[in-house]
Design a protein around this ligand. Structure first.
Ligand code: TRP
Length: 454
């Protein structure tokens, strides 16, 4: 029975606490910063269609599997993936998947903190009216200047990582739950304000056409891999963050309905971010494929043009930084929980060590925008390499292994009881997805992309 085991780290106060924490993890830079820019780089509508298919057919079933594994194991991902195979008579070696996730967590957190630092940097810029009435060229130049200044990037990277560590070391529940409950809806409202601005002042219909008219000829060869990676990234899947959160979930809470709710909110926020960004991009003649700077340039320009823009802009970057914070803490959770369990360390010490390691790695990413911009492998600089390898390769690989584990190693009696789906047909559909479709889809996408490179 699932109730027989308890997590030494405690349990969420309620079902809503879990949903808030998991949604806080899912909604972050992935939705607001990364989604618009990868959509822009990969041609719009067709990419979004593939992305949505990935969320539905791969993301949701994998999320159910990941939460289920966490709740069954009730330990850090590494230990859960040691205990569960032993209990179900499987061979060892699955804990490598736990380690893979811990490493991916470091990689993602390292560049995540750098980008979240840009968002923090934009708060005072906005507040002092830097962009009020500015031309697009000025806004672009401003962003490029920021990237050219390693000390400033280091400052904000350090502030962000420090804040993340501070929250993790104080324990996730104190205060954070309440803050998420208030600030996430506020972020949602602000996005609506931006979409409203785009409707009035931007090229809204062009943006709708760009986002929702699939033009498969605009789809690059690697786009499917990138869409799949983005689905994993945005839903926080494949590295054990959601597994760790699942290990603190009450056994009475419904995994399928929680997963659906989290995925739906995450997807709506990403689409809204697109609807906020692209009307401005297209109206101002900016390039949708300009890469990671996209929202910093377009939204700053948009805020600079609209009434009360300095106020809305300040709020926006503040809220985005906060959304990034609630995501970053989940990236630290697998490693932190492991150190607490296996080394007997106190949480503060574990969190401080994890944050320091990711901070050091992040310095490589921030230098990739200036001093190290000349160093590239396969045409990618250090930051792009870390982002590509972790997001497009490690997360889907992690998801693939979790699906296989939940589908093939765990007995149906156990997974069936954990998921407690209302109809046997739904359970069978999930089983077919995690056993066959998800692994096959991920392998096919991998194989295709490997063919492109090799
Ligand atoms: N989902 C977050 C975002 O969209 C990023 C993130 C947090 C993440 N935790 C994760 C990505 C775990 C992958 C795995 O910004």
């Amino acid at each position: 029975m699932t109730d027989s085991r308890q997590s030494i780290h405690g349990e969420w106060g309620s079902r809503w606490a879990f949903i808030m924490a998991a949604t806080g993890s899912a909604v972050g830079l992935g939705n607001i910063w990364r989604f618009p820019y990868v959509v822009g780089e990969n041609g719009g509508g067709a990419f979004i269609l593939i992305y949505l298919a990935c969320i539905l057919l791969i993301g949701i079933p994998v999320m159910m599997a990941e939460i289920l594994l966490g709740r069954l194991g009730r330990q850090s991902p590494i230990n859960t993936l040691r205990t569960l195979p032993a209990e179900h008579g499987a061979r060892g070696g699955w804990q490598i998947l736990g380690w893979l996730g811990v490493i991916a967590g470091f990689l993602v957190l390292s560049f995540y903190s750098v980008v979240a630092g840009w968002s923090l940097a934009y708060v005072p810029f906005m507040a002092t009216g830097t962009f009020t009435g500015a031309e697009t060229a000025q806004v672009e130049a401003f962003f490029n200047d920021l990237l050219q200044d390693p000390w400033q990037l280091l400052l904000w990277h350090t502030v962000f990582m420090g804040l993340t560590a501070l929250i993790v070391l104080r324990g996730v529940q104190n205060g954070l739950e309440r803050a998420v409950r208030l600030l996430m809806p506020l972020l949602f409202l602000l996005l609506l304000v931006m979409v409203g601005y785009g409707m009035g002042a931007g090229a809204f219909l062009d943006a709708m056409a760009f986002m929702f008219t699939p033009d498969f000829s605009a789809l690059g060869a690697e786009a499917v891999l990138i869409a799949m990676g983005q689905a994993f990234f945005s839903l926080s899947l494949g590295l054990g963050a959601i597994m760790a959160y699942g290990s603190y979930l009450s056994s009475r809470s419904s995994i399928p309905s929680n997963s659906g709710l989290i995925a739906a909110s995450d997807t709506i926020i990403a689409l809204l971010a697109g609807l906020a960004v692209f009307p401005i991009v297209l109206a101002a003649g900016l390039d949708p494929g300009s890469g990671p700077g996209l929202i910093f340039v377009t939204l700053s320009y948009g805020f600079g043009q609209m009434p009360l823009g300095a106020l809305f802009g300040t709020l926006f970057f503040l809220l985005m930084s906060f959304a990034a914070l609630t995501s970053a803490i989940s990236l630290m959770e697998p490693a932190t929980a492991y150190l607490v369990e296996n080394r007997g360390w106190q949480r503060p010490r574990a969190a401080a060590i994890v944050a320091t390691a990711a901070w050091l790695l992040g310095i490589g990413s921030l230098l990739a925008f200036n001093l190290w911009s000349g160093f590239t492998i396969l045409g990618l600089n250090f930051q792009e390499l870390v982002e590509y390898f972790s997001t497009s390769i490690m997360l889907p690989l992690g998801g693939l292994l979790m699906a296989l584990f939940a589908g093939w190693v765990l007995p149906r009696s156990v997974t069936g009881q954990e998921l407690a789906l209302s109809s046997p047909g739904l359970y069978r559909a999930w089983l077919v997805l995690v056993r066959y479709l998800v692994p096959a889809a991920i392998l096919i996408v991998f194989a295709n992309s490997a063919g492109l490179i090799g």
